[in-house]
Design a protein around this ligand. Structure first.
Ligand code: UPG
Ligand code: MN
Length: 742
């Protein structure tokens, strides 16, 4: 290890530009919010006009509006804290290579998790695995572990194929410096990089090799079982002789590439391990957290690298230098010792042009996470994250005990693969964790649908820091769901998990007190309040419209100066988010889609997440983990619609009923309101107290246009089923009649 005398940091932190306009805007917003509050308080106290006095509930709806707006204001202030001073990180990989000899680089253990061969096709898993095996990093320092909670021989077979293909693929990647290193993603792109004829030849031959392998794997996957011929290829298949079900089997552990294997150029290959931890119907397996903890133990015995990279099986490495980037943080002499994990943004490969389901969440990944980073604590989001092993295992950070990653002894004594396999099986058994601290003080935490978020927060509360690294060339790309319902269900899990943390002893405000900076506590709380906030949004989506129907005014008249703060807060905020979206490379339509998805998610995912927690608190339900569907070739029809940016409503679910009912309710009331407005046009427009309510209702109708189209105009499978349309009509009409009666 050679050290430069004049020390240069391995990474740099820059503060975002454009903070002054944001802060000015925030100040103006704050002033307007105060005006609104003053107006509400005054109006509630004022005795209502005589004719309105008779209306039952006028006062209460006003109080409701006041509470809603107060709550929004609070959330808005918390959000300003998140975005107060985003920072961006820059790494210096050249300094890293100058300072350290590659021989001294720390080992990296890479964990890939998969859970179901149907939902997560083995060919996709194989691509993720190959992409991380092919990092631009000394291969003898890399060990890749696949955890298969599906316990499937189909996945094992794909991994076996990967172990063979890697012998060609890794030298090819090295030689031509290809990017990305997931074969599927690489061959999918037009062969732009093919310039010299030498490459063309190799490109063609390796592509053929890949295609043949893909065909073999897909045929086997379709068949649903392993043929006798394939079974003969590896002793590992015998492990399935005793498997009685997906959730009832012994530990299956196979080292497919051991520490001596080499590729076709004679260079060492990364270790490759298949693990299906023991499963028994009587044991709770704790989903991904359980899988990760088993991996931590098994890998500690086999390679024990001091750095752990974790990716979901639907994510591939898009940048072969990410590991080096992360090392620039961990190995920085001055600040490296306190960094527990380096999180890359969770981005997707299959986004449509205008990101119809708003998977990207551009502003959250570009601005808000950079904001969390400025307080030293971006979330761990479960994938695309490099951890320091010791912090993941529960160690507290201490200034005196600096672990030197460079000097860690990498591999334990060189035992043969079969001996290791035997020893490690026990580490992944159901009973191993009995009476231990695993899932509590050690490893990832159990019992929360967002094991990543809660574990990350706990790590930070033990004195560590985290880094958000969002480089130009993205580190990882994953697959986002391609139907509306899947996306809403996924969000429900996330938001329910966040809310659960808020209600648990790990609530950032209490648990984090004195351990993490106050702005970070506030920032985390902001996301965790989304579930309860959905009730407030729902109030705002429904009550002003119903009051419009009933003739109860909730906002100032058109020419009343008090109308200004309302308009400013609403339209000013929209304009700002639009400008921001465009600045960060989005499109107008993307922004519109985002606005729509917010409305949809709040009225379904967030709401369900809220009740999920209430039911859990009452002991009526238990935690589940609905694995998000990954894009599958079988559903041609769905993928085509996704490409065309046509929302896929298709499935019958209470979520669809809520969306359709809200849309219809607002449509009906908007029509009535508009009719009244036109009838009374010449006398009252300027003094009409309902104009703001009509605008609000009209905007909701506009946002819901795809819902109406899916109900009445579309004929394809993605339309809203007629049964749901009928139900929703009944619900919407019922709501209108009930309100008319009182
Ligand atoms: O019992 C299980 C369930 C899931 N998984 C794996 O966990 C990962 C995430 O599952 P997925 O269904 O893709 O959920 P997402 O909503 O896409 O995942 C996000 O949210 C999760 C927390 O809710 C995090 O764990 C993930 O890292 C993050 O990408 C996948 O690789 C699964 O194979 C398991 O290993 N075991
Ligand atoms: Mn996923």
């Amino acid at each position: 290890m050679a050290r430069n005398d004049d020390y240069l940091p391995l990474f740099e932190t820059k503060t975002a530009k454009g903070l002054i306009p944001f802060r000015l805007f925030a100040a103006s917003m704050f002033t307007s919010i105060c005006f609104i509050m003053v107006y509400r308080v005054n109006q509630i106290q004022k005795p209502a006009k005589e004719e309105e006095e008779a209306l039952l509930g006028r006062k209460w709806t006003w109080i409701g509006m006041f509470i809603a707006e107060l709550w929004f204001s609070l959330c808005w202030i918390l959000n300003v804290v998140v975005r107060w001073k985003p920072v961006y990180r820059v790494t210096f990989k050249d300094r890293l290579s100058k300072r350290y000899n590659e021989k001294d680089f720390p080992g990296i253990d890479i964990f890939v998790c998969t859970a179901d061969p149907i939902i997560e096709p083995p060919i996709m898993v194989l691509n993720s695995v190959l992409s991380v095996m092919a990092y631009d990093y000394p291969p003898e320092k890399l060990s890749v572990y696949l955890s298969d909670d599906g316990g499937s021989d189909l996945t094992f077979y794909a991994l076996l194929e990967a172990s063979q293909f890697a012998k060609e693929w890794l030298p090819f990647c090295r030689k031509f410096k290809v990017e990305p290193r997931s074969p599927e993603a690489f061959f999918h792109r037009a062969p732009k990089q093919v310039e010299d004829s030498a490459m063309v030849k190799e490109w063609t031959s390796i592509k053929k090799l890949y295609q043949d392998m893909k065909t073999r794997i897909q045929t086997t996957t379709k068949l649903g079982r392993i043929s006798e011929e394939i079974r003969k290829q590896h002793k590992g298949f015998h492990e399935w002789d005793s498997v009685s079900g997906q959730h009832d089997h012994d530990t299956i552990l196979q080292i497919l590439i051991d520490s001596k294997a080499v590729d076709n150029e004679g260079k060492r290959l990364p270790i490759l391990v298949y693990l299906a931890r023991e499963k028994r119907p009587t044991y709770h397996h704790n989903f991904k957290a359980g899988a990760m903890n088993a991996l931590i133990r098994v890998s500690a015995r086999i390679s024990n690298a001091p750095v752990i990279l974790n990716v979901d099986c639907d994510m591939y490495s898009n940048n072969s230098e990410s590991v080096r980037d992360a090392l620039c943080f961990f190995l920085d002499e001055e600040k490296g010792h306190e960094i527990a994990f380096v999180q890359f943004p969770q981005l997707f490969d299959n986004l449509t042009k205008n990101d119809i389901y708003n998977h990207f969440m551009r502003i959250i990944s570009e601005v808000e996470f950079a904001g969390l980073d400025s307080y030293g604590g971006v979330y761990y989001v479960g994938t695309g994250c490099l951890h320091r092993r010791e912090s993941l295992c529960g160690k507290k950070h201490s200034k005196t005990l600096k672990q030197n990653l460079i000097n860690t002894r990498y591999r334990k004594e060189e035992e043969s693969a079969s001996v290791l396999e035997e020893i490690c099986r026990e580490l992944a058994s159901c009973t191993y964790e009995d009476n231990t601290q695993w899932g509590m003080e050690m490893g990832l935490k159990y019992g929360c649908p967002v094991e990543d978020i809660i574990s990350g927060i706990d790590i930070l509360c033990r004195g560590w820091k985290s880094i958000y690294y969002n480089p130009e060339r993205k580190g990882f790309l994953g697959l986002a769901p391609s139907t509306l319902l899947q996306s809403l269900v996924q969000h429900k899990r996330w938001i329910a998990g966040d809310f659960q943390i808020l209600l648990s002893k790990y609530s950032p405000l209490l648990y984090g007190h004195g351990k993490i900076p106050l702005p970070l506590q506030i920032s985390y709380t902001q996301y965790m309040l989304w579930a309860p906030t959905s009730l407030v949004w729902l109030y705002y989506y429904v009550v002003p419209s119903l009051c419009l129907l009933k003739g109860v005014a909730l906002f100032p008249e058109t020419l009343n100066p008090w109308v200004i703060p309302f308009l400013y807060v609403f339209f000013g905020n929209r304009a700002y988010t639009l400008g921001e979206c465009l600045c960060y490379g989005g499109t107008l339509r993307e922004w519109l889609n985002e606005q729509r998805m917010w409305v949809f998610r709040r009225s379904t995912s967030h709401l369900f997440a809220f009740f999920d927690n209430i039911l859990k608190l009452l002991g009526i339900t238990d935690s589940t983990f609905i694995i998000t569907a990954k894009v599958d070739d079988d559903h041609e029809d769905v993928s085509i619609k996704y490409e065309q940016e046509l929302m896929e409503f298709g499935a019958t679910s209470p979520m669809s009923t809520i969306l359709a009912s809200l849309a219809l309710l607002n449509a009906i009331i908007f029509a009535v309101g508009l009719k009244r407005l036109i009838e009374e046009y010449d006398k009252t427009l300027v003094t009409n107290p309902f104009v703001l309510q009509i605008i609000l209702c009209g905007l909701l109708v506009f946002i819901n246009l795809p819902v109406y189209i899916a109900m009445f105009l579309r004929m394809d499978k993605g339309r809203i089923p007629t049964s749901i349309t009928c139900q929703s009509f009944i619900l919407a009409l019922a709501a209108c009649s009930i309100i008319q009666m009182y």
